[in-house]
Design a protein. Structure first.
Length: 308
């Protein structure tokens, strides 16, 4: 479970920061990649990574401002041209379906894979045996969502030494026992897998917010998150400007992480007004509030550790 920042800038592309897109790599968990937002030139950014467009299973759009969606039609088309055949689902606010359909229709782009576009409302928008995704509205100039990705708890480690003491040798039975099933041995004994599993492994939580002012829903979505990705378009001295333009400051991002009890904060959506020389100071402004704050940069990767 790994975050890959493809674009970390705000508004318009800059030399050192492309516009917003974040990949959540779930290659071990489900052999797939989930993308959050898809600003202009996202597919160009992907070319500089090992990420394969055909691996992208879901795309979550936070809102319909251009710096978050202008790369979407091109990426959808390229995924098809490059041999992608598996279903892709796009989630986003009302209007995302029309944007995609008109873009593909006018350009006569024909996809070779099934595309499902889901216009979402608040609540659980996806759930299966491994993950669930919750969405809540934020405070921005357009309808905007934040996403909370919840990995479900995993079974504990199989206690192999205890099984060997019982005379159960490694083999196909281990897989069933690992799933908590009861198996019958050749001598007639029954072994309940649940009796040989260690404590369950808690699932991880990743919160990725769209553009927003400081608001209670941002805190709620981020509660106890292992990782919070929060916009920090302005520095701490520009709180009035941030409010006027429906954005957040470095300080407000830190306050959200602190109130939510998050474990790590990544600052993104950085305005191009801040040159590279000022990035360290922006990071420090958040760290003064929340010590585990880090400035995201294009192509930065972070492996989200398992909980102990």
């Amino acid at each position: 479970m790994e975050l890959l920042f493809l674009g970390t800038g705000a508004g318009v592309p800059a030399k050192l920061r492309n516009v917003t897109s974040i990949a959540l790599k779930l290659l071990e968990e489900r052999g797939a990649v989930w993308l959050f937002d898809c600003g202009e030139a996202t597919q160009h950014q992907i070319l500089h990574t090992s990420l394969k467009p055909r691996r992208i299973e879901k795309i979550f759009i936070t809102h319909l401002h251009g710096d978050h969606i202008y790369g979407l039609p091109g990426l959808l088309g390229s995924r098809s041209f490059q041999g992608g055949e598996t279903k892709l689902t796009v989630y986003g606010p009302k209007g995302i379906k029309e944007f995609i359909e008109v873009s593909l229709s006018i350009s006569r782009t024909h996809l070779q894979y099934p595309l499902d576009v889901v216009e979402i409302e608040e609540g659980v928008i996806f759930q299966d045996e491994g993950f669930s995704v919750e969405a809540m509205g934020l405070d921005h100039a357009l309808p905007t969502f934040g996403y909370r990705v919840i990995e479900k708890d995993k079974p504990g480690v199989l206690q192999v030494d205890q099984l060997r003491e019982w005379g159960v040798q490694p083999g196909p039975l281990y897989k069933k026992l690992k799933c908590g099933e009861t198996v019958r041995l050749e001598d007639g004994r029954e072994v309940d897998g649940k009796d040989f599993l260690g404590p369950s492994i808690p699932g991880r939580v990743v919160t990725i917010l769209g553009d927003t002012r400081f608001c209670s829903n941002a805190v709620e979505l981020s509660k106890d998150a292992d990782v919070l990705v929060h916009e920090a378009t302005f520095n701490r001295d520009q709180e009035e400007m941030a409010r006027e333009y429906y954005h957040s400051t470095t300080k407000q991002a830190g306050e959200t992480a602190l109130l939510a009890g998050a474990r790590r904060l990544f600052l993104t959506h950085i305005s191009s007004r801040y040159a590279k020389e000022s990035w360290e100071e922006l990071e420090k402004e958040a760290r003064d509030i929340f010590p585990e704050s880090y400035m995201a940069r294009d192509f930065m990767e972070y492996v989200i550790p398992l909980k102990k």
